[in-house]
Design a binder for this molecule. Structure first.
Ligand SMILES: [Zn+2]
Length: 241
């Protein structure tokens, strides 16, 4: 299985960016944990932190080297300082060739992560005096990128980041992009229905009704929904007056 290092940005004494009642270190840990859960069946996943811990940039990077991860994805929420910028941006190494390494990984994630009204802030590189500007991109031996999940000080993005459902979708975007990078196909979890067939009892059976419909089409549609949810063959249409 591929090795993936998820790096929840900031933590402990370093809150990261703060705005609109949101704290970056809390959102990055929620996102990283959700991505971990989605990737677990497909990848060996390592986390820089799994709680509200203070972790230096150096130890994040040395941990990535220590476990020999294939990729490192550092999860962050951006801030512009004036509240005007918004959207999802991804940074990779200045040394990545188009369509390879960090550039490929960034594109794979960007293809999946523009959800729920987020805009695309673009895929970028940033040069420093010593190669890549960002330590988490420069230091690890593995391909490493930074995903900035919107801007915490932008009202539009913050309203989205306040919704658990949106965080689910962002995490799914990260996870699907990572799986794409490795050429792995994601399979939706199947809901397994353990309800056994009813056994006729001498004094009749308890019937559980889940819907009543005026029109046959409504009943048919509902049976389809139940079937899709995994309740196969447990329901029979009947007409009553
Ligand atoms: Zn950050």
């Amino acid at each position: 299985m591929p090795k993936v290092h998820l790096d929840a940005g900031h933590g402990g004494s370093d809150p990261g960016a703060v705005g609109n009642g949101l704290v970056e270190k809390e959102l990055t840990l929620i996102l990283a944990t959700k991505v971990l859960n989605i990737l677990a069946p497909y990848c060996t996943v390592y986390m820089s932190r799994s709680g509200d811990d203070t972790v230096s940039i150096d130890s994040r990077c040395s941990y990535a080297d220590e476990v020999g991860t294939d990729i490192m994805v550092s999860l962050h929420i951006n801030a512009s300082g004036n509240g005007n910028a918004r959207g999802i941006g991804i940074w990779h190494s200045i040394y990545s060739q188009p369509g390879a390494g960090g550039n490929k990984l960034a594109n794979c994630i960007m293809n999946h992560i523009i959800v729920d009204g987020f805009t695309n802030y673009g895929i970028h590189t940033r040069k420093g005096s010593n190669g890549d500007y960002y330590g988490v991109i420069r230091e690890p031996k593995a391909t490493s990128i930074i995903v900035e999940h919107g801007f915490i000080d932008n009202a539009h993005d913050a309203a989205l980041l306040s919704q658990p459902k949106v965080l689910d979708h962002l995490a799914m975007g990260d996870a699907l992009g990572i799986l794409d990078f490795f050429g792995i196909t994601y399979k939706s979890p199947v809901i397994v229905n353990p309800i056994p067939a009813p056994t006729p009892a001498p004094n009749g059976i308890w019937r559980v009704q889940v819907g009543a419909f005026e029109k046959e089409a409504g009943a048919e549609a509902y049976i389809k929904r139940l079937d899709a949810a995994g309740f196969h063959g447990a329901f029979k249409k009947f007409v009553t007056t």
